[in-house]
Design a protein around this ligand. Structure first.
Ligand code: FCB
Length: 467
């Protein structure tokens, strides 16, 4: 098959904290990032891409460059500055304006409720590990549905539960910077999935007209060689990072095989997972009603068995997010010399996306539809005479779109693609150094410049063909 279906969505993605800036404007409360980043003194997120003020420009560009979808997220701390309590009218009004602008440009908003940005007071109470946070999240979602439900057709509960817990409790590059606490990570993931499920059930009970889904980062895990140990290690990491969440999302319970592997990890790390029968009742009801799954895909990982104590090696390019790690009871990520990598050493491996899409079709056949909700390449783009020659990004996106076309041809129901990111945005662990955008942002002036990739993406979306 050469062409994307007529109904296929070509979009791009953003997230509130990474795009909006204006962190102290409009009555916004704090997330757990502001003070943390200020104390670190490395990156200042307070302006980001100034989307709070420039959203009209960005939506005009999205429209002009052929996009018909955009991922945005609602900053919980703009609506409820303390996470709970009385809504802040300025925050509520901002998202009305933003959503209205999307709709008037025919750029359909896909709206995420939690994109790595827990309000500070709830973070201090224990974030996803605390009941108060989970209840408050459901209340926040209910508020958003009541407020924006007649305008927004596509809702996403949570962005990347795995990245949240890996950042917070395993790699330790997100506050509270805890490393190697796999039991905490697993417990928090379970809580996120129950919270997600409560929100899906609520949305369906109230009979809103739109669709609701969740976004997972789903990257394939391959044994670096065919030995039994390496195959087991790859399966273990796949279970921890992918299957645990897919089981919860699609089936509302963890399969015996998943639970066996998770129990082994917990045992090796002296921990346990607390669940209740009510959790599973809620999760199963949600799994039956879920409309879509969003897949974020950047890279795949090659895994070798690893018997030592947990250890993280940061790579030379200084991106903590791309660390190679060895985890007690799991395995270790290693380089595969035959696979090319990005400027940040992320393996470029479109086959991993196709394999993941086919895997979902085969092993989770009750999924309804998929979107690729993030994919893209972080690079050190340079602006020369107002232009950015980013042919590497074009090549990256082309091969990943081809993988999606192949999967569609093989019968996987993929309905759209969102490039990360619409314009250059703030990166959680790299500040402004790592650029992903279709539009270059001069962070001094906040001017936007279409990169070569933006022109290319426009031609793809218009012709529905890869060139
Ligand atoms: C994903 C996040 C997104 C962005 C990209 C590069 O994990 O969802 O916010 O930072 O990585």
């Amino acid at each position: 098959m050469k062409k994307f279906p007529e109904t296929f969505v070509f979009g791009a993605a953003t997230a509130a904290f990474q795009a909006e800036g204006a962190v102290t404007e409009g009555g916004k409360g704090k997330t757990y990032w502001e003070d943390y980043l200020r104390e670190q003194g490395v990156f200042d997120p307070s302006t980001a891409s100034d989307f709070y003020h420039q959203y009209k420009t960005d939506l005009a560009l999205a429209h002009e460059f052929g996009m018909n979808g955009i991922r945005i997220s609602i900053a919980w701390s703009r609506i409820f500055p303390d996470g709970t309590g009385t809504p802040n009218p300025e925050g509520v009004a901002f998202y009305h304006r933003l959503i209205d602008e999307c709709l008037s440009r025919q750029v359909e908003p896909y709206v995420t409720l939690h994109h790595f940005d827990t309000p500070l007071p709830l973070y201090e109470k224990g974030d996803w590990l605390s009941q108060e946070m989970r209840d408050a999240f459901v209340d926040f979602a209910a508020f958003c549905f009541a407020e924006y439900g007649d305008k927004v057709t596509y809702w996403i509960t949570i962005n990347e539960p795995w990245s949240v817990v890996a950042g917070q409790y395993i790699i330790g590059h997100f506050p509270p910077n805890i490393q190697y606490d796999l039991p905490k990570a697993i417990q928090a993931m379970h809580h996120m999935m129950v919270s997600h499920a409560r929100i899906v059930n609520l949305y369906k009970e109230k009979k809103y007209a739109g669709e609701i889904g969740i976004v997972h980062i789903l990257e394939s895990k391959y044994p670096i060689s065919d030995s039994l140990e390496n195959r087991q290690a790859a399966l273990t990491e796949n279970t921890l990072a992918n299957l645990f969440l897919l089981d919860a999302t699609c089936n509302g319970r963890y399969s015996p095989q998943t639970m066996q592997i998770i129990s082994d990890i917990l045992l090796q790390n002296n921990g346990s997972l607390i669940t209740t029968p009510a959790d599973f009742a809620v999760m199963q009801a949600a799994a039956e009603q879920l409309d879509f799954i969003g897949i974020n895909y950047y890279a795949s990982h090659f895994i070798q068995s690893y018997a030592g104590e947990s250890l993280i090696h940061h790579n030379a390019t200084g991106d903590k997010g791309s660390s190679i790690f060895g985890l007690k009871g799991v395995g270790q990520r290693v380089n595969n010399p035959s696979v090319p990598t990005t400027d940040w050493d992320w393996p470029i491996y479109p086959k991993g996306l196709k394999d993941m899409l086919l895997y979902i079709k085969k092993h989770y056949p009750n999924y309804r539809k998929l979107f690729v909700t993030e994919n893209g390449m972080g690079a050190k783009d340079v602006l020369v005479n107002g232009e950015v020659a980013d042919s590497g990004r074009i090549d990256y996106v082309r091969v990943h779109l081809q993988a999606i076309l192949d999967a569609i041809e093989a019968g996987v129901n993929v309905q759209g693609y969102f490039m990360w990111s619409l314009m250059d945005v703030f990166s959680w662990t790299n500040g402004y150094n790592k650029r992903y955008g279709l539009f270059y942002v001069d962070f001094e002036t906040q001017a936007r410049y279409p990169k070569q990739s933006a022109y290319w993406y426009k031609s793809v979306s218009e012709s529905r063909e890869l060139m």
